[in-house]
Design a protein around this ligand. Structure first.
Ligand code: SF4
Length: 212
């Protein structure tokens, strides 16, 4: 029986991207292949419980919601992630896959009712050299990119990568928690960029806590 290492499953408000503000079920897998300097989910590096696909389905069925955010950690390092996607989609769920951008999304392009929320890691993450850049050309209009910005260098870095890759999906420039939203907004306006300035709504609602 297939299983995955799951850190937590919970029901909350999506705080980021195009589903921001909507109730979502969150399935957080355990383990990450990166170590971003600003990581706010370090608790997901190790803690978790092996759960069968059937147990996961049973656990989420108690929520009256059909939108699921599969997040981490990094979900794409789980051996049985494809089986999880298939199971959830076959049961009528719409999926957002949050991925750190270091693994190819190509094997998952065929899944209907699944879109990618892909990070571009910038220099202040200290993980920017791990980006799998070929992903950017595969993204479709339904997908989204999140650029986590901590300073002007990050902003310029993200801007350059985006302009080099002819991006067709929505892009969110989101400050590292504590960095100025106003500063990023001014930069986006000065450069006439067609990108969203994003926030982490869940942190405004509940603060920096787990399971929310
Ligand atoms: S990719 Fe996400 S979970 Fe992994 S270290 Fe970076 S911020 Fe943390």
């Amino acid at each position: 029986m297939s299983s995955l290492l799951i850190n937590e499953i919970f029901y909350s408000i999506q705080g980021e991207g195009k589903w921001m503000g909507l109730p979502n079920i969150f399935i957080r897998t355990t383990g990450c292949n990166l170590r971003c300097s600003y990581c706010d989910t370090t608790y997901a590096y190790k803690n978790g419980e092996e759960k069968s696909l059937e147990e996961i389905l049973e656990e989420i069925s108690k929520f009256y919601c059909k939108k699921i955010c599969v997040t981490g950690g990094e979900p794409l390092i789980q051996d049985n992630i494809s089986e999880l996607f298939t199971l959830l989609i076959d049961n009528g769920y719409l999926l957002c896959l949050e991925t750190n951008g270091s693994k190819s999304v190509e094997p998952y392009l065929e899944y209907k009712n699944l879109f990618f929320s892909l990070d571009i890691k910038c220099p202040s993450s200290e993980m920017h050299e791990n980006i799998y850049l070929s992903n950017l050309k595969m993204l479709r209009p339904i997908d989204q990119i999140k650029c986590i910005i901590g300073d002007r260098k990050d902003y310029e870095y993200a801007k350059q990568i985006l302009s080099d890759n002819n991006i067709s999906c929505n892009v969110f420039f989101q400050p590292i928690w504590g960095f100025s939203l106003q500063t990023i907004s001014n930069w986006v306006l000065e450069d006439n960029l067609p990108y969203y300035v994003g926030i982490q709504l869940h942190k405004y609602i509940w603060g920096c806590t787990t399971g929310k």
